[in-house]
Design a protein around this ligand. Structure first.
Ligand code: CP
Length: 328
């Protein structure tokens, strides 16, 4: 594996999940694989989980890790070609990425969208240039349109809890019904997490692993390229009927790009809304705004999987890094 930026970079989805769960059982099994190899994590935006879980994953594999908060510590980056750099940008991504490739065996990059131009964000120009010029394998730490380490984690967490749920008196029979549920927010957030979740769950549905529904108010349709085969419902209560997993997330409009539209009340998940579900487990990528996106009573209650989910970020990252190291 030379690139991890989408579910399309994964050949065998079930094997990938099984590998992650095996690493969770035996975290240090491949500690010699990363000896004398260096992972560079480059952040253009803030992070808690992605930064710490990917660092821990690399350490478990015996790698050295370097972290660069490019937005705060690096030179201001120019990403356009053919411009005279007589403004505020100091270093071109061509040189910056190539230099980082000289120091690292694998690089990770986080680069959020600006939410000004759909065309610009969905072209993934910055991420693709970084991949092109750095010359080493690259892991997406969340790009303008996708967050594959998060979505891989989410699939791992669903499979892990569905298969072992008899421990909590909840036996997974047949296919779990997974619902991605839009939630309110005060800010305009990117579509990267829901796009990516939809892309991974749609693939998992095609491969017979689960049943997938997306619930959102009208106007919040995701780009069709990520939602192939998903059932779309504009009625949250209807969508939640019989759900086994509810994945809560806000996103801004794709149609009216980057905008927070007016939306009806009643989209924040609370215990009452969970009643028509099959005692659904509730997931969120975090960070989450309590009692705005998701009720505190749910986050603090027995249905919440958010901490286990965040913990599983390590095994997702470790699986990806292991695959890249095997081929290096
Ligand atoms: N879910 C997630 O990616 O968290 P961070 O933004 O804190 O890394």
């Amino acid at each position: 594996m030379k690139l991890f930026s989408s579910v399309k970079d994964v050949n065998n989805l079930q094997q990938f999940v099984d590998d992650a769960l095996a690493l969770k059982q035996n975290p240090f099994a491949y500690q010699s694989l990363g000896k004398n190899k260096t992972l560079g994590l480059v952040f253009l935006n803030p992070s808690l989980r992605t930064r710490l879980s990917t660092q821990k994953a690399a350490l478990n594999l015996g790698m050295n890790v370097m972290i660069m908060n490019m937005d705060k510590e690096g030179w201001a980056l120019e990403t356009e070609d053919g411009v005279v750099m007589n403004g505020s940008t100091v270093e071109h991504i061509r040189e910056a990425a190539a230099v980082m490739g000289e120091y690292c065996d694998i690089l990770g990059l986080r680069s959020f969208p600006k939410l000004h131009s759909r065309e610009e964000d969905y072209s993934e120009g910055l991420f693709n240039k970084f991949v092109k010029f750095c010359g080493v394998p690259v892991v997406s730490l969340e790009s303008a349109t996708l967050h594959p380490l998060q979505s891989f984690t989410d699939l791992i967490t669903i499979q892990e809890t569905w298969k072992t749920s008899s421990l909590s008196g909840r036996v997974g029979e047949g296919l779990p019904k997974v619902v991605l549920a839009w939630a309110p927010h005060v800010k305009a957030l990117p579509q990267a997490v829901p796009n990516s979740f939809a892309e991974w769950m749609s693939r998992a549905q095609k491969e017979g692993m689960l049943d997938f529904t997306i619930a959102h108010p009208e106007g919040y349709e995701l780009a069709e390229q990520f939602t192939d085969g998903a059932k779309i419902n504009h009625n949250l209560e209807e969508a939640l009927q019989g759900a086994d997993y509810v994945y809560v997330k806000n996103w801004s409009s794709y149609k009216e790009y980057g905008k927070v539209l007016t939306y009806p009340d009643g989209w924040m998940l609370n215990n009452e809304k969970l009643s028509p579900t099959n005692s659904a487990k509730v997931m969120h990528c975090l960070p989450v705004r309590r009692d705005l996106e998701l009720a505190a009573e749910v986050l603090d209650g027995p249905n919440s999987l958010v901490i286990q989910e965040a913990g599983n970020r390590v095994w997702a990252a470790q699986t990806v890094l292991k695959e890249m190291l095997k081929n290096s």
